[in-house]
Design a protein around this ligand. Structure first.
Ligand code: ADP
Ligand code: MG
Length: 368
């Protein structure tokens, strides 16, 4: 547990970066600090590993005041990931990851072997090991940064805008991978971001800071969306919060899934028969959805790839109501396509049924 007890930081020029911050980051959980640029996120984080000294207040790790600890020993317990990874440019990837364990006295062979395992853990195969940082994409460098922070297996991890410098698609991938990794390793993490979507996606709890370094609210993502404490938080989590909140509601049995008539690529149009609507779902040989076909516009006698409308998305049976709604909205048929864990078709749900299920759930829980 990382505990901030009434911590403030006033820089020598009089700037109040952090003002009387009290906050608890529980063990094994990911706590996000989010807020506008300049609200004191980085300052708060760097006070944890004592790269910056607080002006007042105390920070403790599992009950021990960090000021009473040796700074070097303190930092060994805390992995640190920064934006743009901050890799040593003249060292290979494997040596970047192995650098700290080697400095701590590990053998060359053993630290390298462990570094190779860590690289694999963050999704980089062994071919990356002997490259230099400049030979990697931003997203790959960021993965190396995470591997390096984990190299000494520290119980705590600090991450300052770790995914902000990469493009949105790569960022989403890195976030998903990181959540899978964290499910495995359960580190005590404080992550800083200015991106509210990232905060809501990654955080077990989210602390919203406002300019001047005061804590506006700390809550779970779902609570933050449902019960913003004031206009600043409501505004910060955004006008789309009603829709975002659906991301934290799981699809359940109250939503009726209907079997869907399907066609396959290569099927002769004469064998389709009557369809309940002009849109019919195409699947591959193992019953995985591949796209929607407009039966009134099939070009030849055989259904081919060029007949597919690819605008639809699929949602997993274990997914959120937001994914389900998104699938229905994206689909030309207005039906959400639900798949099982193997990617095979379970059935479809109409937009109408999704919206009425959302309405019923809201009526049952008027305050959420
Ligand atoms: P964030 O990470 O949320 O963008 P920072 O913690 O970097 O914010 O900065 C908080 C405030 O402190 C800002 O107003 C910033 O300009 C100021 N600040 C940061 N570092 C220093 C410094 N070394 N000296 C003076 N002011 C600083
Ligand atoms: Mg910052």
């Amino acid at each position: 547990m990382i505990f901030f007890d009434a911590v403030s930081k006033v820089y020598p020029d009089g700037t109040v970066a952090v003002d009387n911050l009290s906050l608890n980051a529980p063990n094994g959980k990911l706590t996000v600090l989010v807020g506008p640029s300049g609200c004191g996120k980085t300052t708060s984080m760097r006070m944890i590993n004592r790269l910056i000294a607080p002006s007042s207040g105390t920070i403790s790790l599992d009950g021990v005041d960090t000021q009473s600890m040796n700074a070097v020993q303190l930092r060994r317990k805390i992995g640190y990931v920064i934006q743009n990874a901050g890799l040593f440019p003249h060292r290979t990837i494997v040596d970047n990851v192995a650098a700290l364990p080697r400095l701590l006295g590990g053998s060359r062979k053993q630290t390298r072997m462990h570094a190779m395992e860590l690289l694999e853990h963050v999704g980089l195969d062994s071919s990356f090991a002997s490259r230099y940082p400049w030979q990697l994409s931003g997203g790959q460098q960021q993965r190396v940064g995470v591997a390096r922070a984990l190299a000494t297996d520290p119980p705590y991890l600090l991450m300052d805008e770790p995914f902000s410098a990469v493009d949105p698609i790569v960022r989403a991938q890195l976030q998903d991978e990181f959540l899978r990794l964290q499910a495995d390793i359960s580190k005590t993490i404080v992550l800083v971001t200015h991106d509210v979507d990232e905060a809501l996606k990654l955080g077990d709890q989210v602390a919203v800071l406002r300019t001047g370094g005061t804590l506006a609210q700390v809550a779970s993502p779902a609570d933050l969306l449902a019960h913003p404490t004031d206009a600043f938080v409501a505004d910060f989590v955004g006008s789309a919060r009603g829709y975002r909140a659906l991301g934290f509601v799981n699809t359940d049995d109250s939503i009726p899934v209907t079997p869907e008539q399907t066609v396959t690529l290569g099927q002769h149009t004469s064998t389709i028969g009557r369809t309940p609507s002009r849109w019919i779902l195409a699947v591959n040989a193992v019953n995985q959805p591949v796209g929607w076909v407009d039966v009134e516009l099939i070009a030849g006698d055989i259904i081919s790839a060029s007949d597919l409308n690819l605008s639809g998305t699929v949602t997993s049976a274990a997914g959120s109501v937001r994914d389900l709604l998104n699938s229905a909205l994206a689909s030309p048929s207005s039906r959400a396509v639900m798949i099982d864990s193997a990617g095979a078709l379970r059935g479809t749900v109409t937009l109408h049924d999704i919206v009425s299920a959302i309405g019923q759930a809201k009526e049952a829980r008027p305050n959420s």
